[in-house]
Every structure is written in structure tokens, then in C-alpha cells.
Design a protein around this ligand. Structure first.
Ligand code: GA4
Length: 323
């Protein structure tokens, strides 16, 4: 990031988040994806094939939910670990300027949550399940392109998300415009919406409306703002994919700043692709070649309980490193 040149001793190189057009030639796309995963663990995809009306309907339903009165939102139960959360994040005392709905992606959980949220639960379930099916399909397409680029069997990662017991999540985040008091303190404080972390799962797909807030860590305290683009999905490498590629891909540390727009809410819709709980996470031998494995084998259930017992900001994969 910092390089010497003859004119000035130190120049901070301008970093740019890669945007990859999925309609381009497959071999080229998979090469660009590998490069982005190695350098940032983060990229955007456009021409991703998720129909606009599916995203829009899901976004409308999310706003409809967040605009309800607090007791109505709380009917879905606290986010412990799934449900409605307001300012409190996780179980270890993290807080942020947001409210959210965290759902398991299996059809039973969605049906139960929708009954508590809506007077037309079947219609809502249809929308949510339709959205999940589309983002899961996209996640699988991207994982297939990654496998291809790494010279692995195409299904090596994908099967983990299509298994009946896949532990994938859908998170709807609402960052409301600041209250007058928060707006004043934000000029000095830079308040956080969702603190620095990496995602523990395999792959994350995030889309948001046009309001900024997401930032990618470049290390050493440098943050790169992610320009919002409702036409794109942000793709984020999770901790498991870092472990499964023996550290070749990096899980991206990111955060969301609190909303500073005086009028508009920020909404993000995030799919976290996780494997069945008992899946053993190891690196395929084809990727090891002469390199030693960096991590012990562990199950997703072990890793998840370790991650959930910790706070945002902590680097959790180090705990599973081989010495
Ligand atoms: C980060 C990614 C997902 O949003 C999440 C988060 C989870 C939560 O909100 O309950 C965690 C966080 C996330 C990692 C560390 C722990 C657990 C909050 C937290 C402090 C749903 C996930 O799977 O891990």
C-alpha cells in the first residue's frame, strides 16, 4: 500500500475495489475473482442475474418491517441468536447505530418468522424465499468460478451451500438517519453502525440501497469507503474460505459507519453462506502441494461457537492456526 518513489519518499497508492462483470468470458471472470480474493477478499459483481424486481420487492418488505412500531418488530423475538436486534449486536456487549433482522434461511424458520411479522405471511415468505433462492444461486455460481480458478472440482465449495442442512443466514440491516443529537456528536465522533469484523462463514453477498456506510479495511488503520451501487452485489470472503484455501484468499475485514444522511435510511440485505454445522473445514490437498497446512481441521459448529462467544474486532481464525 505504501511505496517509495523518487519524487516523493512515500506515496499511498490509490486502492480501488474490483468490479467484476459476470457476463464476461468465464475464464477471464474466474481469473479476476481469484485476484480479488487474494488481494482484498472483497469485490463487487455486476450483471449478476438476480432480477431487479426480486431485490426491489425484498427491499420494500424490509422497509415495511423497519417502519413498524417497536413492539411490533419485537414480536419476532430478540436476535439471540435469530430475530430482531436494536443497537445490541451479538451476545458479548457490542453495540452500533442500527437495527436489524437476522433470519435462518431454511423454509420453516422463514415461515415462522413471517407469521410473527406480517398479516400476509404466505406472501412475505414467498418474497423472502424467492430472494434467498436467487442469492444462494449467485453465491454458488461465484463459488464455482472460484473453484475453477483454483483448479479444484467445480462443486467443492458449492455443495456446502446446497446441502439440506446448510447453515446460511439472511440479515437485513437498517441504519436510520441520525437523530438531531447524534448528528451533532457525529461531527466529532464518527459513530459506528456495525463495528470492524470479518464474516465467519464461507461467502457473503451484500446489496444495499444508494446510501453509503460500508468500508473495507486495508490494514494499518486504513479504511476504503465502498461506493454504494444498488445494481451490484458486494462479495466478501469469509473466514471459512480463508481456511479452506490455506490462507490464499483473505477474509475481508469490514465495518459499517452510522448513517450520516439527514433524510434517507441506509438498508443493506446480506446473505451469509455457511455449511452444515458438522462440516469439517480443511484445505483440499490440491491446494497444499508443497505448502504446509496453516490451520487445524475444525467443524463449522466449533468455529461458529468460538466466533459467537467473541466480540467484533477480534481475529478469530488465529485460534485455529497450527503452530
Ligand atoms: C458477523 C457476520 C454476521 O452478521 C453474523 C454476526 C454475528 C451476530 O450479529 O450475531 C456476530 C458477528 C457476525 C461475529 C462475531 C459475533 C457474532 C456478532 C458478534 C459479536 C450474523 C455472524 O454470523 O457473525
Amino acid at each position: 500500500m505504501v511505496v517509495a518513489n523518487q519524487m516523493s519518499p512515500i506515496r499511498v497508492e490509490k486502492k480501488k475495489i474490483p468490479t467484476i462483470d459476470l457476463s464476461a468470458k468465464e475464464s477471464q471472470v474466474s481469473k479476476l475473482i481469484i485476484e480479488a480474493c487474494e488481494e482484498y477478499g472483497f469485490f463487487k459483481v455486476i450483471n449478476h442475474g438476480v432480477p431487479h424486481h426480486i431485490i426491489k420487492t425484498m427491499e420494500d418488505e424490509s422497509f415495511r418491517f423497519f417502519h413498524k412500531a417497536l413492539p411490533e418488530k419485537q414480536r419476532v423475538g430478540p436476535a439471540n441468536p435469530f430475530g430482531y436486534g436494536n443497537r445490541n449486536i451479538g451476545l458479548s456487549g457490542d453495540t452500533g447505530e442500527l437495527e436489524y433482522l437476522l433470519l435462518q434461511t431454511n423454509q420453516n424458520s422463514i415461515a415462522n418468522a413471517c407469521k410473527l411479522i406480517s398479516s400476509a405471511p404466505s406472501k412475505l415468505s414467498y418474497t423472502v424465499n424467492g430472494y434467498i433462492a436467487e442469492v444462494r444461486r449467485l453465491a454458488c455460481e461465484i463459488l464455482g468460478l472460484m473453484a475453477k480458478g483454483l483448479g479444484l472440482p467445480l462443486q467443492v465449495f458449492t455443495t456446502l451451500l446446497t446441502d439440506r442442512d446448510t447453515d446460511s443466514l439472511l440479515r437485513l440491516n437498517h441504519y436510520p438517519p441520525p437523530t438531531a443529537a447524534a448528528a451533532v456528536s457525529s461531527t466529532t465522533n464518527n459513530p459506528i453502525g456495525f463495528g470492524e469484523h470479518s464474516d465467519p462463514q464461507i461467502l457473503t453477498l451484500l446489496t444495499s440501497n444508494d446510501v453509503p456506510g460500508l468500508q473495507l479495511s486495508l490494514g494499518n488503520g486504513h479504511w476504503l469507503p465502498v461506493t454504494p451501487d444498488p445494481q451490484a452485489f458486494c462479495v466478501i470472503v469469509g473466514d471459512l474460505l480463508q481456511a479452506m484455501t490455506n490462507g490464499r484468499f483473505v477474509s475481508a475485514r469490514h465495518r459499517a459507519m452510522a448513517n450520516t444522511s439527514s433524510t434517507e435510511s441506509r438498508l443493506s440485505m446480506v446473505f451469509f453462506g455457511g455449511p452444515p454445522p458438522q462440516t469439517t473445514i480443511t484445505c483440499p490437498p490440491q491446494l497444499l502441494k508443497l505448502n504446509k497446512p496453516l490451520y487445524k481441521a475444525f467443524t463449522w459448529a466449533d468455529y461458529k461457537s468460538h466466533a459467537y462467544a467473541h466480540r467484533l474486532g477480534e481475529t478469530r481464525l488465529d485460534h485455529f492456526k497450527l503452530s
